[in-house]
Design a protein around this ligand. Structure first.
Ligand code: GDP
Ligand code: IMO
Ligand code: MG
Length: 429
């Protein structure tokens, strides 16, 4: 690789999503020319906070508030024209130059109104076995993509788009009927869909694989922003309680069309504790007052759906697994401030199965068998961390907690986040 070549750094979540990817991607953006999303869709809710104002992004990459940053929605993303247009409008009102700085891959698959209905119908049909989907149509849209019958962003410009749309809808309606699902008004959903399509067509669409590789050859620095988290990965998460895309670093290469040789580093984000939205195993989940305290102190309510997040202690088995899968070079620890005031801070260091046996890897029967976490306890710290701006101000118990974690995982913790705002971030030497 010549010296003038650009590179890609990947930033992604190592847990069950909501680690703080939006905040960190925005914080890191001044070091990059491009921020690109490579998978997921509007199931994501990425919060950014600056000058006391909070913004939530779903499909638009988190570099959009930086004046000269190119933001790319990659081919691996599934995009809902209706939600994306709403998001564009509120982001423009908040001051971002979306017309100039947002680029959308022609190969990104489109979420149709009936994909959302299919999501709802399927979840209803599953009853208490439901995934706890965000109901944004993610699963059905990826199913059509991999079934080779999806509709892509570039198809919006095809004169035969409405025919293609009608054929797909016909197939979907037959499926919806099979589910005996009747709670919808398709006409009004279609009206807003076609109106959004016309508005969206005035934005910039590109052949994103050429676009991004050209930028790399021009020496540009790319930040690839993941959505969801490693434990929600379609292959490696707690299947079937996962999302429908590859959330690990490998997802970047196919979700953007960038070869692995261009990857410079992988930055893995984790919360100092754990949360999960929706169903599925969570061995370190807390059902007591401590869990409630984490939820309240950490404002653990979904940025996309408002659902209360399940809360628990940090799970090192899952964290090490995610670090392995993505080849994480450096760690970023979020929401450490939330742990201030807890007398003890626990960390799950293994699992115990129903037979009382200890397990230190993610087992194949993670979903079907019952596992509980085995914990290591740490002394807590009482100091408020939200005003800390340098590593030298870290309380000693907090510092020893970080040092211990680094040693356990074997990867340096390079950034520590101590509040939702951009400025509440400490880069460690
Ligand atoms: P994402 O999906 O990974 O981008 O994360 P979300 O935005 O869904 O959830 C993270 C939440 O934590 C948001 O409300 C953020 O504003 C907030 N947040 C991010 N970093 C910190 C932090 O270090 N401390 C605290 N207290 N809140 C944070
Ligand atoms: P960000 O990017 C947390 C969860 C849902 C559900 C499962 C499948 O904000 O971290 P889906 O709608 O994808 O079919 O839902 O995945 N989920 C998330 N949880 N953060 C997210 O995104 C999530 N996106 C999906 O709650 O359990
Ligand atoms: Mg989120």
């Amino acid at each position: 690789m010549s010296n003038t070549q650009g590179y890609v750094d990947v930033v992604l979540g190592l847990q069950w999503g909501d680690e703080g990817k939006g905040k960190i991607a925005d914080f890191l953006t001044p070091n990059y020319d491009v921020v690109a999303r490579f998978q997921g869709g509007p199931n994501a809710g990425h919060s950014l906070e600056m000058n006391g104002i909070k913004h939530v992004l779903n499909t638009i990459p988190s570099g959009i508030f930086h004046e000269n940053c190119i933001n790319l929605i990659g081919n691996g993303v599934v995009m809902d024209p209706v939600r994306l247009m709403e998001e564009i409008k509120r982001t423009e009102v908040a001051g971002a130059n979306v017309k100039k700085n947002l680029f959308i891959s022609r190969k990104a698959n489109i979420i149709l109104p009936t994909h959302k209905l299919l999501d709802a119908a399927s979840e209803k049909d599953k009853g208490d076995q439901k995934i706890g989907s965000t109901l944004r149509g993610i699963g059905p849209t990826y199913r059509d993509k991999y079934g080779r019958s999806g509709i892509r962003a570039g198809d919006m410009f095809d004169p035969n788009f409405t025919e293609k749309y009608a054929e797909t809808i016909k197939r979907h309606l037959a499926l919806i009927q099979h589910y005996d699902f009747t709670e919808f008004d398709l006409e009004s959903l279609e009206n807003e869909f076609f109106q959004a399509i016309e508005e969206l067509k005035t934005y910039q669409f590109v052949d994103s694989e050429y676009f991004i590789n050209d930028l790399i050859h021009q020496g540009k620095r790319i930040l690839a922003e993941g959505a969801q988290g490693s434990m929600l990965d379609i292959d490696f998460g707690s299947y079937p309680f996962v999302t429908s895309s590859n959330t690990i670093s490998g997802g970047m290469t196919v979700g953007l069309g960038v070869a692995p040789k261009h990857v410079r580093s992988v930055k893995g984000i984790f919360k100092a504790y754990c949360t999960r939205v929706g169903s599925g195993p969570f061995p370190s989940e807390l059902f007591d007052q401590t869990g409630e305290d984490l939820r309240v102190k950490g404002h653990e309510f979904g940025a996309t759906t408002g659902r209360p997040r399940r809360c628990g202690w940090l799970d090192l088995v899952a964290l090490k697994y995610a670090v392995m899968l993505s080849g994480v070079d450096e760690l970023i620890m979020m929401k450490s401030d939330v742990l201030s005031g807890f007398e003890k801070v626990c960390v799950g260091t293994g699992y115990i199965n129903a037979k009382g046996e200890h397990v230190s890897t993610i087992p194949f029967d993670f979903v079907s068998a019952e596992f509980e976490s085995a914990y290591t306890e740490h002394e807590g710290w009482s100091e408020d961390l939200t005003t800390v701006r340098a590593e030298s101000e870290f309380p000693s118990t907090f510092k020893s907690y970080i040092d211990w974690l680094e040693k356990e995982v074997g990867v340096p913790i390079k950034v520590v986040s101590l509040g939702p705002d951009r400025v509440q971030t400490v880069v460690r030497n």
